[in-house]
Design a protein around this ligand. Sequence first.
Ligand code: SF4
Length: 419
Amino acid sequence: MRVGFPRLGSFHVFLKPAFRPLGIDLCEAPPSSRRTLDLGVKKNPETICTPCKLLFGNYVEVLEQGVESLVMFGGPGTCRLGYSARLQESYLHQMGFEFAPYTVDLYHLPAETLRFLRTLAQPTLAELVETLRFLLALIELVDDIERATLRIRPLERQTGTVDRLREKALAEVLALPDRGKLNESRDELLRPFQQVPCREQDPLRIALVGDLYTMLEPFFNLGLEQALGRLGVHVKRSFWLSEMSRNMLQAALLHRGHTIERLKAGTPYLARNIGGFAQSTVGEAALFAEGDVDGLIHLAPFNCTPEVMAHNVLLSMQRERGIPFLSLSFDEQSGRAGLLTRLEAFVDILERRRERRPAPDPPTGWRTWVSFPLSGVIQDLEGKLSEVATTVLKDFTTRESGQATTSRNRSDIQAEKDQ
Ligand code: SF4
């Protein structure tokens, strides 16, 4: 069965090979372009957000390829995603497309994946388990490729090397037939990234928080990650699908882990879910503000209500925590030249800020190779030991000086008596 799928970053790279063994031929929409956007703008109400317009353009472009079924993104109803899928389905039928819609709730991806597989392929339990294992391994691999790209891009000696490697590696992932082959090829796929000639320097670290679609879709964010990388910035994404599944499981079973920490960190600023990704935007920003990033970039589609609220919360967080942040809002009119100017100015400010900041003490000897979480434990121990040592030393010094004073007093008294 041929199933159409809209563009969302590199999601199709792991979904396509994972579902292939079950007979689901996932056809991804062509990369978003000006035409995609125009299709969405023409047919949708003006007030609907740009990601929804772009998704509509994706639906049209993939239906033009003759797919029988179509995956559409929906949501629990707290933002425009809640009704846009329904609305757009009727527009597509009005345009004469015949297809079976399949609406996926973007906020509950793990449960939705299971429902999707059970509805479209009715796999046996063994097939289902194997598909999920293959899917998780693929997600992990794609995330590793993306992480390596973000880490190396600001340091590569020859601009563009890592982008070419990324394209090649993702194309090879798309062709992987099963988990066995993936395990065999994993190291081979990642090795070229370790061999890219790089400069020795500590790049600026900027975290991206905000709307998921804006973060992941390079056409909409105007190639933001690449632009930052080429300005010498190590981009830290707040969203990784491989981590999300682990975190959700940890939170559900043990009530701990990153999801719970994010919720705790964000609650003083935003106590309830107001829809979209606002709550996770605020929580991630609060966690990054405690970490080692130089600045934050908040990404929001122009008229996205949840992110407008999150923006206001981030302003107060900035005043309180002193973390620099840049808010970028994207719509149909956004241009790359304007974006680059703002990024250059922000990077410039962060570089000057870093120059003024006193350098932290470099880790000494053995501490450089001890890895987390051991290093954390040892650093705690170190802190406690040094506290104890300071107290003992203080006591000792006080006693010594007390004795010295007493003996000096005694000798002074004796000398006075002798006189
Ligand atoms: S989160 Fe914002 S941009 Fe995304 S669908 Fe909802 S309203 Fe639109």
